[in-house]
Design a protein around this ligand. Structure first.
Ligand SMILES: Nc1ncnc2c1ncn2[C@@H]1O[C@H](COP(=O)(O)OP(=O)(O)OP(=O)(O)O)[C@@H](O)[C@H]1O
Length: 528
């Protein structure tokens, strides 16, 4: 019976490409509209990584066009002016799942080495057409174009065509075109929202989207100041586990443990390493390749537990920065005032992170019953799964009345978390998990900008009170001046002028400033 059962069970192995072809929804390709949005998102994120992370001001052109309206087939095209992709790498970059240049300790939008391949897989599963990739590296003599699909059984690229032309005008960048099944009607608003939210934190980018009906969504570059690109970092000792320790040792030459630690980790200086070695009980001069299994286990455990490491460095991060963030928000949301903060670097489990927060108030922001929340992780707008995001949880617990906010109120809150490892709550990369250290920093950041808002609202309230008092007193000046002029014979206008001066002095208003008015705060930026 048992044997029969066993003989009924057939085992097989799937390549990552085949597995993801069967489980597209895990990567966000769950329906034609969602797939359209996800495609745009993956391609735009690659385009931004290829430009700003290399100090290039991004110019991105995207278009979505009908290919066959009856069959819901669309072409999606995204072109950037980035560093380009080496010619020989293009097939693997678009045709092999888990192939990436971003498996590094450094802040990127991309992390998995999956996005572009999911786009190709979805396109070939729906339209049957390969992706077309055109690219040229900076300074390259040629522009090369490939047509590629994925052999999912082998997880390898299939090259349909490969041409090379002379690069006459020194173009560099990458242009990707795919044809896939979509649903523009349902995807439109989410895609437009994605572009708008992206533009809000990248005011140094020029982004254009041409929609199927030829409508154009354009975001002009309003500043040429960009965040400093991140540099590549080393792992922090408190983020290490046994397997990563073994891998690092196997990639190294057989050197003494103390040198291995100093050379391969962030935050380990001479003094720290000496202190640490006292807690481990392994000889500092022992060569790493001679460490036994139990010594390796002990070492990894002690590295995670030791409290004396320096904090992870934040050079691997690239926060947006207060001025750029304020500029972007003013440009896109057009509020009356904006308050911004970039917090100092912090860390969780050995991963550095920085939280940035902004509050935008009034102007074109419509009054709502709870704050409009704009969430970002590594400069990527998060549009889905808001309910499971730590940022939403923090915002929900804020008592806004403490900050003089009475709902409905024209209040938008922007929170950006950047890290070498964003702890996403799910594979869809749409929500940040509840990590206590991140939660605390988000809370502090939001409170910091909320306090600025409170000061601003208190000042406005006072101005409003003065305005009302002035208006009431001003009602009587004509009558009183006329009566006093009649009794004293002094010119009525002279008395009126004196009376107005007196009122202003008593109300503490600037006499030269003319009648009081709420000062225009359009464009007011307060950097907390
Ligand atoms: N427009 C582009 N310009 C330059 N390089 C690109 C571009 N698009 C993709 N690449 C290269 O292809 C690699 C794979 O991209 P892919 O979208 O599959 O994964 P990823 O961006 O590394 O991670 P994720 O799956 O999280 O998006 C990138 O790491 C990058 O090196």
């Amino acid at each position: 019976m048992w044997c029969m059962y066993m003989s009924d069970v057939a085992f097989e192995s799937l390549t990552p490409a085949e597995w993801f072809r069967r489980n597209k929804e895990i990567a966000g390709f769950s329906s034609p509209s969602r797939a359209m949005y996800q495609t745009v998102r993956e391609l735009i994120e690659n385009a931004l990584d290829a430009t700003e992370n290399h100090g290039i001001l991004p110019s991105i052109k995207a278009s979505i066009r009908y290919v066959d309206k009856d069959k819901d087939l669309y072409s999606i095209y995204v072109e950037d002016n980035g560093i380009g992709i080496p010619e020989e790498e293009i097939p693997n970059v678009f045709g092999q799942i888990f192939y990436s240049s971003k498996y590094k300790i450094k802040q990127h939008r991309g992390i998995f080495g999956l996005g572009a391949k999911m786009v190709v897989l979805y396109a070939q599963s729906t339209s049957g057409m390969p992706v077309r990739v055109t690219s040229s590296m900076k300074g390259s003599q040629y522009i090369y174009t490939y047509e590629i699909s994925i052999d999912t059984v082998k997880n390898k690229p299939v090259i349909h065509s490969h041409v090379r032309v002379e690069n006459k005008y020194g173009w560099h960048g990458t242009a990707v075109k795919v044809v896939l099944e979509g649903n523009w009607q349902y995807a439109k608003s989410r895609i437009e929202e994605y572009f708008t939210r992206t533009a809000m934190i990248t005011p140094y980018a020029e982004i254009i989207l041409i929609e199927p009906n030829n409508e154009v969504l354009r975001f002009n570059r309003i500043t040429t100041i960009m965040p400093k690109p991140p540099v590549e970092g080393l792992p922090h000792p408190s983020s290490i586990d046994l397997e990563s320790l073994k891998q690092l040792i196997s990639r190294n030459s057989d050197i003494p443990l103390i040198d291995f630690l100093k050379e391969n980790f962030d935050g380990i200086g001479d003094e720290t390493v000496r202190e640490f070695m006292k807690t481990v009980g392994i000889r500092a001069s022992k060569h790493v390749k001679r460490l036994s299994e139990s010594e390796l286990r002990l070492l990894a455990e002690k590295m995670r537990q030791f409290n004396g490491w320096r904090r992870p460095r934040a050079d691997w991060l690239s926060p947006i920065g207060e001025k750029i963030l304020a500029n972007g928000i003013l440009h896109v949301l057009k509020p009356e005032a904006v308050f911004v903060t970039t917090r100092k670097p912090s860390s969780y489990s050995g991963h550095p992170f920085i939280v940035e927060a902004a509050i935008a108030w009034g102007g074109s922001i419509m009054p709502v019953d709870k704050p409009i929340l704009y969430r970002y992780a590594n400069k990527v707008p998060l549009l889905q799964d808001e309910g499971s995001d730590v940022i939403r949880h923090v915002i929900d617990e804020v008592d806004w009345s403490q900050y003089k906010v009475k709902f409905p109120a024209p209040l938008a809150v922007v929170v950006h978390v950047c890290s070498t490892k964003i702890p996403y709550a799910s594979a869809g990369k749409e929500a940040i998990a509840d990590v206590p250290e991140i939660e605390k920093e988000v809370r502090l950041a939001v409170r910091e900008v909320a306090r600025k808002l409170k000061v601003y609202l208190a000042r406005k309230e006072k101005e409003q009170e003065l305005l009302t008092k002035y208006a009431i007193l001003r009602l009587y000046t004509d009558e009183v001046s006329s009566a006093l002029s009649f009794v004293s014979g002094v010119d009525e206008n002279v008395i009126k002028g004196k009376l107005e001066e007196l009122i202003k002095r008593k109300l503490g208003l600037d006499i030269r400033a003319g009648p009081p008015a709420i000062t225009s705060e359009v464009g007011n930026v307060a950097v907390a």
